[in-house]
Design a protein. Sequence first.
Length: 168
Amino acid sequence: MERLINRTRGGREIAVQVERADTFWRRGVGLLGRAGLPAGAVLWIAPCRSIHMFGMRFALDLLFLDADLRVVNIVRNIRPWQMASGGAGAHSVVELATGWLPDEAAAPGDQLAWAPRRTSNATQRTSNNEHPTSNIEGRNKAIANSEVKTTEGLGATMVSAWQRPGGT
């Protein structure tokens, strides 16, 4: 599993889990049928120059990228039933949970890159047994350690539902 980082901003982590939609079927389905995206998880759709939110149940932030993974446009808080375009040069889009990406994490012109997922102790917690959320690094560690696993389950559930019409 890969992470998405911003090389322009010193390797700042954009996502701790990247799901790829790089086939006709996966691009067409996208995030339809899901209740949301866990913080730190993203869907990367390639190729893709524009998206629609028809039938979606939650808002997204979008990073449109060129073929070299350079940010060409950022669209924040796109709501269900709206459309967005990456503009000239857009080749793919990264869909994130609204609010996950701080303003200073990426800007047009920034160079993004794929990086291997970090390995960490899955049971790491603070002394009061809660996820550390006081800073971005703590939040990223908490997500990498526990919340990310739910996306794989959601994806498998969605795919199963599509493979068995009628939910049988």
